[in-house]
Design a protein. Structure first.
Length: 514
């Protein structure tokens, strides 16, 4: 059986990543296959690939084909849909996003056995499936998937980063048509940039394809540290994620040593430059010492104040509402578990609505309404969603992040209600204190060395101290002082991850101190 591995090769960063992908495929693919670089046309819109890329295409024996975006040139993701329309004598077409690496020997014939193969999406992000299925007059599916990152139960929805389809099924045209119909449906909102993935299960359904749901080894999310088995295909949307994955950056270094032209290619990717800088011992020790100074300075400031800040309720306050916040990985979830065991107390760990409720610090009245709504639900014996496992609050959400519905048991309507979110509440903590001066606020702070050590094994936004990937608007400009904005700018400009994490801890601790 022959396989056609195809990927987008477009002027700019994508062509650089595509050549890295191609090198990894040449290194690890086994069996009968061809590599195809799909180049978007016309050049007047998408540009022309560089001479270096053309040399690498020739060196790796890659066939090139031109493709056209049939959806909208303002939707460049739509280029990938044309990849299944290319001419090939292969039995199966395998599309890969350009920011993927094949990390170990792979025999496609052993795994890509169905008419359609793909992994589920990483996390739940779309809520209008009912309208989509009604639009195509398709019965609502009974099958359910589990998301790769959050393990949530979802309707069939595939990650479009790696897709395997039998050749000759007219799959490309069907997928494109589904995208156009959904894109034109005004009553379905928030479609882009996920239009391709929303339309994908519909196209599979309409073609009545036999499917195989692949596990995460075949499209490994960047947000999961590689801690056990090396995946076959590693997906990295941001190059900064590579630098802390030793398996990945060692693999890239080995490829560039084998292919000198590829090294020149990789040096053009800003996120990979640090891999090719030969540092002296002095250069290596200097950032470590700088990070230590930042840590100890931050710890000295915190020692001057209490580790816990608790603003007591006035005795005449009828309802006992409180919040838990603090520096991530400082024991806030464990604190939730402890307080939830107290009689007539309900603790909700990271309620989903909080981020929207406090998304505008000028409308914090919504927080009180949020608490009142939860309290009414509990008093009326209605279930609430919480991060629990077997009836107990999960104490480490980096290891388990399940949510379930249950009806809390309380003694009377005046029970204590506590909600927790570290970064969301921390982002607007001064505004919350000003708006609700009587509300108890519990802030957890842990030894910075232990905290940062935990970050390195935890979520990507903490591992890489990446503000843009934070799940909450901790860097929201309109609530920031000038000094805070400068501090964020300094953190984002720092290239050394050790120093960057130290600066981030210092910054978050500073919010609590202020």
């Amino acid at each position: 059986m022959k396989f056609c591995f195809v990927f987008i090769c477009q002027k700019g960063e994508l062509e650089l990543k595509a050549m890295l992908l191609a090198a990894s495929l040449k290194e690890n693919l086994r069996g009968n296959y061809e590599l195809v670089a799909a180049i978007p046309e016309p050049k007047s819109i998408w540009g022309e690939i560089s001479p270096l890329t053309k040399k690498l295409i020739s060196q790796f024996g890659i066939r090139t084909v031109g493709i056209k975006n049939e959806i909208d040139i303002n939707y460049p993701i739509g280029n990938k849909l044309a990849c299944f329309n290319i001419q090939t004598d292969a039995d199966k077409i395998v599309f890969l996003d350009s920011d993927i690496l094949c990390l170990k020997p792979f025999y496609p014939e052993e795994h890509f056995t169905a008419q359609f193969c793909a992994t589920p999406i990483n996390r739940h992000w779309f809520n209008e499936w009912k309208q989509v299925y009604e639009l195509f007059d398709i019965p609502y599916p009974t099958e359910r998937f589990r998301t790769k990152l959050t393990n949530e139960e979802i309707l069939p929805c595939y990650n479009a980063g790696l897709i395997v389809v039998d050749n000759g099924l007219d799959f490309s045209n069907e997928w494109i048509e589904c995208c156009k119909i959904i894109d034109g449906a005004e009553h379905i909102v928030d479609k882009r940039p996920w239009l391709d993935q929303i339309a994908l299960p519909i196209a599979v359904n309409l073609l009545n394809l036999k499917t195989k749901v692949l596990d995460k080894r075949f499209n490994y999310p960047h947000a999961c540290p590689i801690v056990a088995e090396t995946p076959f295909f590693h997906h990295f949307p941001g190059l900064t994620y590579i630098l802390n994955e030793e398996i990945v950056h060692n693999f890239i270094l080995a490829l560039t040593k084998k292919h000198p032209l590829l090294k020149e290619n990789c040096k053009l990717l800003p996120g990979l430059k640090p891999l090719f800088i030969n540092k002296t011992r002095k250069q290596l020790i200097k950032p470590i010492r700088k990070a230590k100074r930042k840590l100890y300075n931050g710890l000295a400031h915190i020692r001057k104040s209490a580790h816990w800040r608790f603003y007591k309720l006035q005795s005449n306050n009828k309802h006992q509402n409180a919040i838990i916040t603090g520096i991530p990985r400082s024991g806030t979830s464990y604190m939730c578990k402890l307080l939830d065991s107290v009689e007539n107390t309900v603790v909700i760990n990271e309620p989903e609505d909080v981020r929207w409720i406090i998304s505008d610090s000028r409308k914090l009245w919504r927080l009180e309404a949020f608490y009142n709504n939860i309290r009414n639900r509990i008093n009326n014996n209605r279930a609430i969603k919480n991060k629990t496992h077997r009836g107990k609050i999960i104490e480490d959400t980096s290891k388990m992040d399940n949510s379930s519905y249950s009806i809390p048991i309380v003694n009377n309507p005046e029970f204590t209600l506590i909600t927790k979110n570290t970064l969301a509440y921390l982002a607007v903590l001064p505004q919350i204190i000003k708006k609700y001066p009587q509300m108890p606020i519990i802030a957890c702070i842990r030894n910075p060395i232990d905290t940062i050590s935990s970050w390195k094994r935890s979520f990507p936004h903490l591992r890489y101290a990446s503000f843009k990937d934070f799940p909450s608007d901790i860097n929201r400009n309109y609530v920031m002082e000038v000094s805070q904005l400068q501090e964020i700018k300094d953190i984002e400009s720092e290239k050394d991850f050790e120093i960057k994490r130290a600066l981030l801890w210092n910054y978050l601790a500073g919010i609590l101190e202020r």
